[in-house]
Design a protein around this ligand. Structure first.
Ligand code: MN
Length: 306
């Protein structure tokens, strides 16, 4: 195995904090000019997305699009409040319609619970309710070939999916083929015992991948060891999107930056940041592919005397 024809992407917040036409053009134009294949557009506020304008700009620059969000706590589909769960289901269905209309291939993020620091563990009833709602959302997205990526995140952002193994079990419970696991090495660095093994365990259930370093700044400038991560992706023949996420107080989306705790300025030059991330990612993919090739061609039948 090796990599497939992975689309390389960048999160819009590397460029802009909002989605006016001027902001969308700046983000989409820059992403295309640096040579990426897709842009991930945050849809924490789906009503702020001008569908016609977004579709037109994506087509003008030849970019694929994906949407990402986390449910607000008053839309928690894993909680005991049935009205909040109904609001969450309606919100997810609204984002499915936006994805269909802008031509987005994926909806990813914290789709299964509130995007918040919980002060209590998840309940079995809440988890089953989340699965039942997401089964309906996945079925609604299926005819438009939209994949839903259940993003596995750290314990400070959800109490439902913190490890790849939980993500795999959750998608199997949903039981619809477009329910996929979304892994992010920033979160894996906090929660997984063995990142390479976690990716191998996800296998063909992995449908989306986020790169990002430990401080969410320049790729490779933090403490994450990317070698086993890309080796794991190569071992499973991962062919889905690989999207770079980075956040700095230089670019602020009041909704997202505050929940993520983006208080520090880790970069100021968006273009330099994303240009470097693309080169870094491509180099890691080449290295991991070479490792696989070498490890698959060990001499066989050679006796070592000594
Ligand atoms: Mn992420």
């Amino acid at each position: 195995m090796a990599f497939g024809t992975n689309k390389l992407g960048v999160h819009a917040l590397c460029w802009v904090g909002g989605w006016s036409e001027a902001e969308a053009r700046r983000a989409i134009e820059g992403t295309a000019r640096v040579g990426y294949d897709l842009i991930e557009i945050p849809t924490l506020d789906p009503d702020a997305i001008d569908v016609g304008m977004t579709r037109r700009l994506l087509e003008e620059y030849g970019l694929a699009g994906t949407l990402s969000l986390g449910l607000s706590p008053d839309m928690d589909i894993s909680g005991a409040d049935p009205e909040a769960a109904a609001r969450g289901e309606a919100e997810l269905m609204k984002v499915v319609a936006i994805a269909r209309d802008v031509g987005a291939s994926h909806i990813t993020g914290i789709l299964y619970s509130g995007f918040t620091k919980y002060n209590r563990p998840a309940t079995q009833a809440g988890l089953e309710q989340s699965v039942a709602i997401l089964r309906r959302v996945c079925e609604a997205a299926l005819p438009s070939n939209i994949t839903l990526g259940m993003e596995v995140v750290n314990r400070y952002e959800t109490n439902i999916l913190n490890t790849a193994a939980q993500g795999v079990a959750f998608c199997e419970m949903i039981g619809v083929p477009n329910a996929k696991v979304h892994l992010d090495c920033y979160h894996m660095n906090i929660e997984e015992a063995d990142a390479e093994q976690a990716i191998v365990h996800a296998g063909d259930r992995l449908g989306y991948f986020h790169t990002g370093d430990s401080h969410r700044g320049y790729l490779g400038s933090g403490s994450i060891n990317f070698t086993p991560i890309f080796r794991g992706l190569a071992r499973i023949g991962y062919a889905g999107p690989i999207t770079f996420e980075s956040f700095s107080s230089e670019v602020v989306d009041a909704n997202l930056s505050n929940i993520l705790g983006i208080w520090r300025n880790l970069w100021t030059d968006s273009e330099d940041l994303v240009r470097h991330a693309k080169a870094f990612t491509e180099a890691q993919m080449i290295s991991a592919t070479a490792t696989l090739r070498l490890s698959n061609h060990q001499p066989k039948g050679v006796l070592h005397h000594g």
